[in-house]
Every structure is written in C-alpha cells, then in structure tokens.
Design a protein around this ligand. Structure first.
Ligand code: SF4
Length: 411
C-alpha cells in the first residue's frame, strides 16, 4: 500500500495528534446547567427558552469576554440578534479566545463595520422573489423561506437581513401566496424549505406545510435546510422523524463547520434522521480561524460520513455586511480542496462554491486539473501533481488535427 504524505496531519506529529483528537466524538455535557433535570435538558422548547440572548447573560457565562466581544454583544440586536442554545454554548472552550465555536456565535464589534464590497443581500435573493418569502432564481426549483427564526445566530449569516427580526425587515411569510405561486408554476419540481430554520416550527405546522406542498403534483422533491441538528439536537425527536418520513423523497441539508460540532448527541440525532430514510448532506462555510485549515476540514468531512452525512457544499463566505473578520481567502479554500481530493474518500469531498455576488448563483471553484485541451488530447494533473494524457474523442467529420494546445493558468 502506498503511503500518502498528506493523510491525517500531513506527517507532522502535532497535526496528526490534533487530527485524531478532532475525530473523537464527545458529549457537549451540561456545563453550567448541571443542576437542570434531565427532562428539561432534553426538551427542545426548554433549550429555546433558556437561550443566551443578552450581553449580561453572556458575560456571566463567559467572564473572559474581550472588549470587542463585549461591545459586539451589546450592539448585536441592532443587526443580528445574539442567541445561543445552552447545549451549543457548552461546546465553547472558555479559556480559548480563538475557540472555533465561539467565533461562530459570539458577536464581535467588527460586525458593525461594512466593507465597500459587502451587501445586506449578497446573493441577490430579493431581486428573484416573485412573492415575499419565495426565491425563484433557478429554473426548476424554489427557495421557500418558512420562518425568520433560528435556534442560534451565526455571525456570518447570509440572511441576517431576514432572520432574528434585528433589521426590522418586516418578514412575514405568506404561505398561501407562496404555495399558490408554486402550484401555478409547473416547472417547479424541487422546493427547498429554509429560513430561518424550518425545524423550529411545531410538528403540526410543519406537517401541514409539507402536506400542502406534496399535494402539488409537479413537486417531485422536497428539501429542508436546517442547522437545528447542530444547535439543538434535542429537536430531532422520534415523533418529528416519523412525521417527516411521510413526505419522501425528502432530503435534508445540515450545516456543520467544525468537527467539534459533531458530538455524541448530534450523531444520535443524525442517526434518527437517517433511520427515517432522509438522505443527509452538509453545507459548511469556510471561516477564518474556524475551519480554514486542511487538518480541521479533513476531520470534519470524515466525521460527517461517520454520522451518515455526505459533505455537499463548502461555501466561500458570502459578502454579507460585517463578515470580513470571518472571511477566509479563496486561495486557502483551494489549498484545502487540493488536500482533500484524492487524499480521502470521494464521498467525503464537498464541492467548493462561491455564490456569485448579485444573484449569479453557485459557481464551482475547483483546483485546476485540466492543464491543456485540444482536438487530440486532454492533459490532466492528478492529486499527487502527476501529469497524464487522455485521448480526446474525435467529433464526426472533424478528423485529427495538430491543434494548438490551449493553456490554462494555474491558480
Ligand atoms: S442557522 Fe442558517 S439562517 Fe440561521 S443564522 Fe445560521 S446561517 Fe443564518
């Protein structure tokens, strides 16, 4: 068997140790809520009621807040609300200012600054909304914004203009108009429920909505985009799973960014969804000092497969206002992709994409593998950097010609 110099930690003993530590599953534990009865702790509604939503609560639980975090928490409600479930809070390592979990949910003062290229609607969704709360950007599918609430708020959220009511955006989904639009457009075969987080609806409301969508004959495929299994695994009850499995084919995209988010509690919740026959994919956002290194990303994608989740997309962080401090470079994203492709299971490799600013949709960003291409041959570079030729299929009547090889520039 060949050895792979990039496997695990890349041969660096410290990176190897970190990789193996990140691959372990741990419970989030109870932390400051050790006294809470089990029945409350396991109750998702209790978790929602006990969320950390004020700067004072955060300061009590995290006495080492930096001045930038304190100021960020005090001002958060002017932009994107502060909200962290007790369960998810327990994943923060209080002694580590650069804790990757902390970076995602504890506000920073830097969020209040807007770089010149940043936008409040970076993906141009509003311009493709024929009905409030419905985005019809791609020909055969729509994005159905179900709610403006999430269990916790990600500081880089693309929809921060909509979620948490912080911006006064006046988000009032009108299901009747949204459903009527889908029913009147036979080209819509795929409906993605997102928000906000659809799994914050009660089982009854969600069942009603899914039933109405399933009653539309041309809707072939339903999807739910959710971060609930990560922020609030208590919500993934047997009752919810039994309800969801009536609506197949129903897929679910979860959102995990760091391997420590995949706890034993999350693994159990994802196992329940998988047992209900729901195919699971993961969407990660590339974030500075959270997951912008190959060791962390390799541990994340391998751990996702262990939870029966296919890593689906790795997003370059959208140009959302106030996110510059969390945005990693495209160069680093490509470097990570080079160290995944071929170095680990193909199923574990997500598609790296940039959601084009202004509404251009998701554009795949790939490390260059086609070095040149003409009528005769394709010259390819593999994951080890070795070069191979593949003979091109002759087009009818074209014949072979010693064509000029088109050179591609490496990134
Ligand atoms: S869960 Fe999704 S919609 Fe909610 S704050 Fe996070 S990224 Fe935004």
């Amino acid at each position: 068997m060949q050895s792979d110099p990039i496997a695990d930690g890349g041969g660096d003993p410290e990176a190897d140790r970190r990789f193996h530590e990140l691959k372990q599953f741990h419970s989030a534990g109870r932390g400051p809520w050790a006294h809470v009865p089990d029945a409350d702790w396991q109750d998702w509604r209790w978790q929602m009621k006990q969320r950390i939503t004020t700067a004072a609560q955060l300061e009590r639980l995290l006495p080492n807040l930096t001045p930038a975090e304190r100021a960020g928490a005090q001002q958060a409600n002017h932009k994107l609300a502060l909200g962290i479930t007790p369960y998810f809070f327990n994943l923060i390592q209080p002694a580590a200012a650069q804790c990757p979990i902390r970076q995602q949910v504890v506000p920073q003062l830097a969020e209040m600054a807007t770089a010149e290229w940043e936008l409040s609607d970076p993906c141009g969704e509003d311009a493709h909304s024929p009905v409030p709360g419905l985005v019809h950007r791609y020909p055969d599918r729509v994005l159905f914004l179900v709610t403006d609430r999430c269990a916790a708020y990600c500081r880089y959220c693309t929809r921060s203009r909509l979620v948490s009511n912080a911006s006064g955006y006046d988000f009032h989904p009108e299901y009747d108009r949204q459903i009527a639009y889908i029913a009147a457009h036979p080209e819509v075969r795929d409906v993605l429920l997102s928000g906000g987080d659809p799994l914050l609806l009660s089982d009854e409301k969600l069942e009603n909505l899914l039933s109405r969508l399933r009653a539309i004959p041309h809707v072939e495929f339903l999807r739910i985009g959710t971060r609930i299994p990560i922020f609030l695994p208590q919500r993934i009850t047997p009752e919810l799973c039994a309800m969801l499995q009536q609506f197949h084919p129903l897929f679910m995209s979860i959102h995990a960014n760091h391997p420590r988010e995949l706890t034993t509690e999350v693994r159990t919740a994802l196992g329940r969804l998988a047992e209900a026959g729901i195919p699971l994919g993961n969407q990660s956002v590339l974030l500075k000092q959270v997951n912008d290194d190959p060791v962390t990303m390799r541990a994340l994608v391998q751990k996702l497969l262990m939870c029966r989740v296919k890593p689906y997309y790795l997003y370059q962080c959208d140009l959302i206002a106030g996110s510059a401090h969390l945005r990693a470079s495209v160069r680093q994203g490509l470097a990570i992709m080079r160290q995944l492709r071929g170095h680990t299971t193909g199923y574990a490799v997500p598609q790296y994409v940039i959601d084009a600013p202004g509404g251009g949709g998701k554009i795949p960003v790939n490390p260059e593998t086609v070095l040149s291409h003409n009528a005769d041959r394709v010259v390819l570079r593999n994951y080890e950097g070795r070069v191979f030729e593949y003979p091109e299929v002759a087009e009818p009547g074209a014949g072979r010609r010693a064509g000029k090889i088109e050179q591609y520039e490496f990134i």
